[in-house]
Design a protein around this ligand. Structure first.
Ligand SMILES: [Zn+2]
Length: 144
C-alpha cells in the first residue's frame, strides 16, 4: 500500500463515479453516465464535471483513445476507503477510537466469515497500556 501523506478527499457523487471505474478498470464518460444516470438523475455534463474534478485531484488519469477520453483510477478502492476511515478517526479523540470501532461492529451486518475474520485479527492484536489524548484542550473531556 502507498503511504498517503494527504488524505484522499472525494465527495459522495465523486465516489459513485469512482466505484464504476474501480469495477470496470477504466471507462469513458458515456459508459459511466449510462450506468449512473437513471438512479442519480445525472446528465452527461454532470458526469463529465465529476470526472474533471477527479482528474484535477489526481485521483483519475485520462487518455484519449480515438474520439473518447478513457478514465483510469490512480488510487485503489482499498486505499480510498482506508483514507476516508482514517480521516473520520482523525476527527475524534484517540481514546475514543476503540469504542467507536466497537460501535461500528455492533451496528454492522456481518456474515460468519466476517466475524471469524474480525476475531482472528483481534486475537493477534497487541494491546497498548495507554492511549494519549491528541485533542486540543476544550475538544474532549480527557484532561478535565
Ligand atoms: Zn481527547
Amino acid at each position: 500500500m502507498n503511504t498517503l501523506v494527504e488524505p484522499i478527499k472525494i465527495s459522495d457523487s465523486e465516489w459513485e463515479v469512482m466505484r464504476v471505474i474501480w469495477t470496470k478498470g477504466s471507462a469513458d464518460a458515456k459508459t459511466i453516465n449510462d450506468l449512473l444516470s437513471s438512479s442519480k438523475g445525472w446528465k452527461l455534463a454532470t458526469t463529465k464535471t465529476l470526472l474533471g474534478r477527479l482528474v484535477k485531484k489526481d485521483i483519475l488519469q485520462t487518455e484519449q483513445l480515438g474520439k473518447k477520453f478513457v478514465y483510469t483510477a490512480k488510487v485503489t478502492e482499498e486505499e480510498t476507503v482506508r483514507s476516508a476511515t482514517e480521516n473520520i478517526f482523525s476527527h475524534i479523540c484517540a481514546k475514543k477510537v476503540g469504542s467507536t470501532i466497537a460501535d461500528m461492529i455492533s451496528e454492522a451486518e456481518l456474515t460468519q466469515e466476517d466475524i471469524d475474520n474480525i476475531q482472528d485479527i483481534l486475537s493477534e492484536k497487541m494491546a497498548v497500556a495507554d492511549i494519549a489524548c491528541n485533542c486540543i484542550p476544550g475538544q474532549c473531556i480527557c484532561k478535565e
